[in-house]
Design a protein around this ligand. Structure first.
Ligand code: P71
Length: 471
């Protein structure tokens, strides 16, 4: 028995508590399967959390992509779908929202982010050109490679160090960018591929000062800057929180200023934009727009729906408006930080600072006895599911794939497991259960063995690869 009085979370932290700026109107039951059922499920899934059935998962932190909860207004907007093949009213609402909040002129709708990546890559990359960027993303780099380009990582070194607490680990290293320009020539650079925030680095932001400096350098060589705006609202929150002069600037104004230093953006609406499906490409250059708008009819659908239903575009337009509300974005990022702070205080190795959409466990430090070719992050994700039904995602050597030239695994410095938090879906209690699950797996770390890959698909292998436990 303890005579300690229970404390609210705010009291434990010596501040007033905060709560989510929404209340729940509809619920979806979730159940925790038994240990035996979970063991069988992960074995059937080849120790790959992408291959689990959602029904077998208790708390699903695989991704924040398309898994967020829509608001009552978005659902109401779904009823206003104009399902005309051409010229749907909802497309014009979407176009207005993108122009208002991101500031780009020309909009091409797509079914999701990779559809937009395909269009921009094909529209502006000439075979043999280079695309410098602040760390690769799987689908982005693949589309750049399929267009004949070569991605070059020019992110600051701190981004590759999980322990570095640099406030803007997503920044581009201007010396690395300059060095590439000097080496290959400005005309051999298709564009700078800038992501805000950087997913694979741990959801780390880019500062306003950095995007301005990148812009200035690129302007002097006539190089375009295109933005992966997938989690740019979260990036705006970090600028408001950390960068001098922005503490009282609204998220909407920060977002628009940041975008003004870029020539266009591709977007997975499934993240920041708070919808379950959808994406877009937006550019200022008419010639690029013309190409992309022509190509969209081959791969996605007519240029006023791009693979989305009218109702999807309406929900997307409303989601963009909700995304920039300061209380929404603060509660979203702070929920992620709540989970990260708990784990960090218990000594769990993770990427610091805690990013915008997820907590990234450092699987290399978690399992120092498992070599990278025995897939420590894949192992950790499987263990977490077995222990507690929590589903996470590998972001390490399996995700990095093989080098197209040598055929060897690419061994990234970061070998991570991502606990990704959907927006407006889980409560603080779910975060507590997750934290305890990570701790339980951590306590068993020494007896845990790695995996071997027994099936490997050619493209984006992490989605469908299968593994077996090492004896
Ligand atoms: C995420 C996803 C979805 C995903 C994609 C690939 C492997 C595993 C999971 C998608 C992104 C993203 C960024 C920065 C473009 C896309 C593609 N992320 N840029 O993190 O994070 O968008 O999924 O709508 O096609 O789970 P798309």
């Amino acid at each position: 028995m303890t005579d300690k009085k229970p404390q609210t979370m705010g009291q434990q932290y010596g501040r007033r508590s905060w709560a989510e700026p929404w209340k729940i109107k509809m619920v979806e039951p979730i159940i925790l399967k038994t240990l035996e059922e979970r063991q069988q499920a992960i074995e059937e899934a080849g120790y790959n959390t992408f291959l689990l059935r959602s029904e077998d998962v208790y708390i699903d932190l695989l991704t924040d992509s398309g898994t967020s909860a829509m608001s009552d207004r978005q659902w109401a907007g779904m009823m206003l779908g104009d399902e005309a093949y051409a010229g749907s009213r909802n497309f014009y609402h979407l176009e207005e929202a993108i122009r208002e909040y991101y500031g780009y002129q020309h909009i091409v709708p797509t079914h999701q982010g990779r559809g937009a990546e395909h269009l921009i890559s094909q529209a502006v990359i000439k075979p043999g050109q280079f695309i410098p960027g602040n760390m690769y993303f799987t689908t982005t780099r693949l589309h750049q490679e399929l267009a004949g380009g070569t991605f070059v990582d020019v992110i600051i070194d701190e981004a590759h160090d999980p322990a570095s607490t640099h406030p803007f680990k997503g920044n581009i290293d201007l010396d690395k960018l300059q060095e590439l320009i000097d080496r290959v020539g400005a005309e051999q650079i298709a564009y700078v591929s800038l992501a805000g925030t950087v997913n694979m680095a741990g959801g780390q932001p880019v500062s306003m000062a950095n995007v301005k400096a990148v812009r200035a350098l690129c302007e002097s060589y006539n190089i375009r800057v295109y933005l992966d705006a997938t989690r740019m609202a979260e990036n705006a929150f970090f600028i408001q929180e950390r960068e001098e002069g922005y503490a009282s600037t609204p998220i909407a104004a920060i977002l628009k200023e940041f975008c003004s230093y870029t020539d266009g953006a591709w977007m997975s609406g499934k993240k920041d934009n708070l919808v379950n499906i959808g994406g877009w490409l937006a550019v200022n250059d008419e010639a690029v727009f013309d190409k992309a708008r022509n190509m969209v009819v081959i791969y996605e659908g007519l240029h006023t729906y791009g693979g989305m239903a009218g109702r999807d575009m309406e929900a997307l337009a409303i989601g963009i408006h909700e995304m920039v509300q300061d209380d929404h974005i603060a509660s979203r990022v702070n929920q992620v930080r709540y989970l990260g702070d708990l784990l960090e205080s218990w000594g769990i190795p993770l990427v610091k600072p805690i990013g915008g959409h997820a907590v990234f466990l450092d699987a290399r430090a978690f399992y120092p006895h498992i070599p990278q070719n025995q897939f420590p992050a894949q192992t950790l994700a499987a263990q977490l599911y077995i222990d507690s039904g929590v589903r996470a995602m590998e972001r390490g050597v399996v995700s990095a794939g093989r080098d197209p030239e040598t055929g060897d695994h690419r061994y990234p410095k970061l070998e991570l497991v991502r606990l990704t938090i959907p927006r407006r879906v889980y409560t603080q209690a779910h975060m507590d259960v997750t934290a305890e699950a990570v701790m339980a797996v951590f306590e068993k770390r020494e007896e845990t063995r790695g995996l071997k890959m027994v099936y490997e698909p050619e493209y984006l292998r992490f989605f469908q690869a299968r593994f077996e436990p090492l004896k």
